[in-house]
Design a protein around this ligand. Structure first.
Ligand code: IPD
Ligand code: CA
Ligand code: CA
Ligand code: CA
Length: 281
């Protein structure tokens, strides 16, 4: 079947902008906040509302398309499975913790996968009115202006975006701490923005050189990874292999050289944990 990707893009862009009004209206209001996996994993009535609106409106326009959406997935307690069908991968509010606190780094993230390849990425921060977009092969844009990833090749000249939330998960904690420490010692600075999707957009627009975390889901990174690549950046598995958005591992950088330096740094950081564990018996 022939797909009109440009038409899918234009239609869903309009739907996304409309859904953004719900976030804008909600950010300063009192929310009903529930926790999912722990105190660091929040959901509000707005996350569910945005997701419902997006799925309902996209289904009306494209009834045969499938969805992988964060809150629906959480309710069904399902492991997301990607098929060859056109599938909209939706994070209705990325940066829910920021949203709960009224902190302005929060957005809708939507990607379209066809034959397991992401061809559209849309990330919209309605509070700051920043719309990041990419269609495969057509470059990356912020509010219709072309954006480009940083050309910096060395970690000692880089700003690196990392995450803190998964440091509460015992299996990930040591590695996150050690990798963070390693970056802190070398980089210009690290930032923890609280939105994976926006951090990827900042790599795409060259105001951060790298973004990394292990433990994310496909809806956190699907759109952002395409936007980084279309901005000329590189997206890898954090072990240095090919990126797979279903694998929970991501390293996005402006340049290949910087990515290579970070992969080696992470390997050394992880090896130091194994050493500590051996020494502790
Ligand atoms: C979260 C954000 C955050 C990351 C979390 C994600 P959510 O997504 O991307 O930056 O640290 O682990 O789950 O829950 O706000 O959509
Ligand atoms: Ca969440
Ligand atoms: Ca998310
Ligand atoms: Ca979310």
């Amino acid at each position: 079947m022939k797909h009109d990707v440009d038409q899918y893009f234009e239609t869903v862009l309009g739907i996304t902008r409309d859904a953004g009004k719900i976030i804008k209206e909600g950010i300063a209001r009192t929310k009903n906040v529930d926790t999912k996996l722990g105190s660091w994993d929040l959901v509000t009535q707005y996350d569910r509302r945005v997701e419902n609106v997006l799925m309902k409106e996209i289904s009306k326009k494209f009834p045969s398309h499938k969805f992988i959406a964060e809150e629906t997935n959480a309710e069904q307690k399902a492991t997301p499975e990607l098929t060859n069908a056109p599938t909209w991968i939706i994070d209705p509010i990325d940066g829910t913790t920021n949203f709960v606190h009224g902190f302005h780094l929060t957005c809708i993230s939507i990607a379209l996968s066809i034959e397991k390849e992401v061809v559209i990425g849309i990330i919209y921060n309605p509070i700051l009115d920043q719309l990041f977009t990419a269609i495969k092969g057509q470059g990356a844009h912020l509010n219709n202006q072309r954006i480009n990833a940083s050309q910096v090749e060395e970690l000692c000249k880089s700003m690196v975006c990392l995450e803190s939330s998964f440091a509460c998960i015992p299996s990930l904690k040591d590695s996150i701490m050690k990798r963070t420490e390693a970056c802190v010692k070398v980089a210009h600075g690290i930032r923890v923005l609280g939105s994976a999707a926006l951090a990827l957009c900042y790599v795409a627009m060259g105001v951060a050189e790298a973004y990394h975390i292990d433990g994310l889901q496909c809806w956190d990174v699907a759109a952002g990874a395409l936007i980084v690549r279309e901005a000329g950046g590189i997206v890898l598995d954090s072990t240095g292999g090919t990126f797979d958005m279903m694998s929970h591992r991501i390293l996005a950088c402006g340049t290949k050289k910087l990515a290579e330096e970070l992969v080696i740094l992470f390997k050394k950081a992880d090896a130091s944990i194994i050493k500590i564990n051996i020494n502790n018996g």
